[in-house]
Design a binder for this molecule. Structure first.
Ligand SMILES: Nc1ncnc2c1ncn2[C@@H]1O[C@H](COP(=O)(O)OP(=O)(O)OP(=O)(O)O)[C@@H](O)[C@H]1O
Ligand SMILES: O=c1ccn([C@@H]2O[C@H](COP(=O)(O)O)[C@@H](O)[C@H]2O)c(=O)[nH]1
Length: 477
């Protein structure tokens, strides 16, 4: 791509950069150790920031990393908010009811044999494709401006699931278990979370029904257990779950609906998956039995499910109370169980589900933010583009000299890993957007200051097509 077309692309980015008004409403005060006024500058403040030095408010193209003047109303923070001291670089950042732990160990071996990848839990070959394959830094680093520009164009079309992981650890697939009584709304809520938040929804019950329908040799056994409202032996359900996880797109985040249902499920999971998946949360939907029964009978009019009848519903509820609730309690003692009232309209339940998953989503945003900072500090614009929304803008504080593409490219080769400090996250829009502020090393893209000092950076993130995408970045120098 020629320099001219890079410039035209950058101009287009600047013109089309549209901040969503809802994100720009003044926010209640937040506790920010330093430079709190630059945490989330309201529109009035941004328009009055005087240009300083050679540029005043500027925007850096995500394509090239070099700095351009920004004529829009976006504005930038006061570059002097960062003191040398505060800106110093800081060092980086389980058969139903009867099996035993021994059975879990046998199960683990069975799962290894049945695993298509032959992966050994916790080591050896990558068990979950992109997750254990590690980070993709370096190899993707653009080394010339035109490579960076085309990487952006590819990145823009490559956004969505399947793009590089947004998880800082990037070695274990994140999992949220979803538990609750039969008919409490687990499937309904998971479907929506999957659609809007990019999770892969794995219903253990649905996997069992599919296995039964597939003509599997376990079909009759599965049928009997389901019709009786009992819990299928863990070796079967877990092998199905594991296979589904392994064959999902790389870097998927999983919602596992209706599992683990008893202690054996739990032990089986720990044994086989404890080292290869990261349980982030156990979402629990509670609902009175009479409501559950009504829902199941109503669903039974069209579902075709052999267990959607009054008799099986009663048995399922009993199994839930005797077997599943103790599992929920165990997770609760670990402090990872958001409890949501499932006896509300679907919309209200979803709102509470999002509140329940707030800490999970906060961690995701912080991880994405860390990856973005690393990409900027190492000049890995291809990786950066994957984390940014199309038309994303960057506003830099005053006093900057533009870095040339060549400087950016050569600096990327020698850049050290980025460390961020004092990250602050605030979730917005019911959890679909967030603002993250942190301090970071200056990185290769910024010149004109003491290279040993840090800069304060505030990024606005939005959940777009199931991925966290940076829609704007303000950097105070
Ligand atoms: N909040 C709600 N209010 C009213 N009806 C609901 C609500 N949530 C789900 N339903 C309905 O109740 C029935 C059961 O919901 P859903 O299948 O999501 O529950 P589940 O917990 O996944 O059930 P199971 O464990 O039996 O698979 C469905 O017909 C669904 O449309
Ligand atoms: O891990 C599991 C999940 C499900 N079952 C059996 O399937 C039915 C239906 O499950 P839903 O989650 O309600 O779709 C359940 O009553 C169990 O019999 C299981 O054994 N183990």
């Amino acid at each position: 791509m020629s320099k001219k077309s890079v410039f035209a692309f950058v101009q287009l980015c600047c013109r089309t950069a549209a901040l969503r008004p809802s994100l720009l409403q003044p926010q209640p005060p937040v506790h920010l150790a330093a430079a709190s006024s630059s945490w989330f500058p309201g529109p009035a403040k941004t328009t009055t920031t005087p240009p300083r030095g050679r540029g005043g408010p500027q925007t850096r193209s995500i394509a090239t990393g070099f700095v351009l003047p920004l004529n829009a109303h976006l504005g930038g923070g006061d570059g002097r908010a960062m003191s040398a001291a505060s800106g110093r670089r800081q060092a980086a950042g389980r058969a139903a009811g009867t099996t035993t732990t021994t059975a879990a160990a046998v199960l683990a071996a069975t799962l290894l044999l049945s695993s298509p990848s032959g992966a050994v839990a916790g080591g050896g070959a990558a068990p979950f494709g992109g997750w254990a394959a590690g980070r993709r830094r370096g190899a993707h680093a653009a080394t010339t401006p035109s490579m960076a520009a085309s990487a952006v164009e590819e990145g823009v079309t490559a956004v969505g699931r399947g793009a590089p992981g947004q998880d800082g650890a990037a070695s274990k697939p994140p999992v949220v278990f979803v538990l609750g009584g039969p008919g409490s709304g687990k499937g309904t809520q998971c479907e929506r979370l999957a659609k809007e938040y990019g999770y892969v929804h794995l219903s253990a019950g649905e996997l069992l029904r599919q296995e039964r329908a597939s003509g599997s040799s376990d079909g009759q056994l599965i049928d009997d257990y389901i019709a009786e409202g009992r819990i299928v032996p863990v070796a079967i359900s877990l092998a199905l779950l594991r296979k589904a996880m392994e064959t999902s797109e790389p870097h998927s985040r999983f919602l596992i609906d209706g599992f683990p249902r008893n202690r054996d499920n739990m032990e089986g999971w720990d044994e086989a998956m404890g080292d290869v998946a990261d349980i982030r949360s156990v979402l629990f939907l509670y609902c009175p039995e009479d409501v559950l029964e009504k829902r199941l009978l109503s669903r039974g009019k069209s579902s075709g499910r052999t267990d959607d009848n009054a008799e099986t519903a009663k048995r399922r509820f009993q199994t839930y109370v005797e077997m599943t609730l103790p599992v929920v309690e165990e997770f609760q003692q670990k402090g990872i169980v958001p409890r949501v009232d499932g006896n509300q309209d679907i919309e209200s339940v979803f709102r509470d589900v999002l509140l329940g998953l707030k800490s999970v989503h906060e961690k995701e945003v912080l991880d994405a933010n860390r990856l973005a900072v690393e990409a900027v500090c190492t000049g890995d614009w291809a990786a950066y583009a994957q984390l940014c929304a199309p038309g994303m803008t960057e506003v830099l504080g005053g006093g900057l000299a533009a870095v040339s593409p060549d400087e950016s490219a050569s600096a990327s080769a020698s850049a050290s890993p980025a460390a961020i400090s004092r990250p602050q996250v605030r979730m917005l829009k019911g959890g679909a957007a967030a603002v993250v502020s942190c301090e970071r090393p200056r990185g290769p893209g910024l010149t004109g200051g003491d290279s040993g000092t840090a800069v304060r950076e505030t990024r606005v993130w939005e959940m777009l097509d199931g991925r966290w995408k940076c829609v704007q970045c303000h950097t105070s120098l």
